[in-house]
Design a binder for this molecule. Structure first.
Ligand code: AMP
Ligand code: MN
Ligand code: MN
Ligand code: MN
Length: 296
């Protein structure tokens, strides 16, 4: 564990330096193992990386070890799926301690809910004619993986259910489609509380991805802050410069630290690891938070 000093802060803010605080490995629905992800990040010029798998910290130890080998800085993270006023909101935790009882308990319950939902999705896919859909998806994902609809997308694409992954998702797994199962998840407030209790910083993930108008977005940010949230993502993949500017302004207005990341799951045309940036002069970067700690 190391704290961050002035020199590192300056490094992270240098033009051209790559930082990524939102990524996935095959501990959830990413393609690469934590070790492969870290190597890919290092090869791409990333100097500071957080792994933020869906509802699991299982990849963090391996990623931290790989980061030490690769000579890059690493932050232990998580992305928790939550519910807020009936909507699905993602809470990223940075610098979390996965051994803390509050976080362990939350993630154990999320794991149970994920597996329960994955089985229910599997049953619905069975009735669409996909035999052993859950078992096959589980086999592809690995025994310990936190299964999301991303894993089901991979399975459906692998058996040729549609000609692109996007179409597989849209045809079967999207809200309102045949194999859609409404998730249960913990509340946004519970996720923020557990992340904080574990020593971490709660970050509102990709605020522009919830299809909220500005009034609702402001309500979300207000509730998130009241719950103890301390940062928000202001830059992500496939985002317009105008959106980034708007989120940067909101982060200042609500006195939230600014985080950012690609949401990398696999190599693809539109998303590159470390490819997102902030205007460090216009926001308060999350590495300025007193709790910001590096594993490596
Ligand atoms: P879940 O948390 O189980 O609802 O699954 C959400 C995951 O599905 C996301 O984290 C993505 O990895 C994946 N996903 C979401 N939308 C799409 C899409 N349009 N095409 C392919 N995968 C998607
Ligand atoms: Mn995903
Ligand atoms: Mn997300
Ligand atoms: Mn994500």
């Amino acid at each position: 564990m190391m704290t961050i000093n002035e020199e590192l802060r300056r490094t992270f803010e240098m033009p051209g330096i790559r930082v990524d605080l939102h990524t996935h490995s095959n501990a959830s629905d990413g393609k690469m193992s934590p070790e492969e992800l870290v190597r890919h990040a290092a090869d791409s010029g990333v100097v500071l990386l957080a792994l933020t798998d869906h509802d699991t910290c299982a990849g963090n130890a391996g990623a931290a070890a790989a980061a030490a080998t690769a000579g890059i800085h690493f932050v232990a993270g998580i992305e928790v799926s939550t519910l807020w006023r009936g909507r699905e909101i993602h809470v990223v935790g940075l610098c979390v301690d996965e051994k803390h009882p509050a976080l362990k308990e939350l993630l154990a319950e999320q794991r149970r809910l994920r597996d329960e939902r994955a089985r229910a999705i599997g049953e619905k896919l069975e009735s669409c004619g996909f035999v052993n859909a859950y078992e096959e998806t589980r086999r592809m994902a690995g025994n310990n993986a936190s299964i999301t609809r991303g894993n089901y997308t991979d399975y459906l694409f692998s058996i040729g259910a549609a000609d692109t992954p996007g179409k597989c998702f849209a045809s079967y797994l999207a809200e309102g489609r045949k194999a859609y199962v409404k998730p249960k998840w913990c509340t946004m407030e519970d996720a923020v509380r557990s992340v904080r209790l574990s020593g971490g910083i709660a970050v509102l993930a990709h605020p522009r991805c919830y299809d909220l108008n500005n009034k609702w977005l402001r309500m979300l940010i207000t509730d998130f802050r009241e719950a103890g949230g301390e940062a928000m993502e202001v830059s992500g993949s496939m985002q317009s410069p105008a959106d980034r500017d708007f989120l940067q302004v909101l982060s200042r207005e609500y006195a939230l630290f600014a985080s950012f990341g690609s949401d990398f799951h696999r190599e693809c045309k539109y998303i590159s690891i470390g490819g997102c940036r902030i205007d460090a002069g216009a926001v308060n970067p999350v590495w300025n938070h007193e709790k910001f700690r590096l594993e490596v």
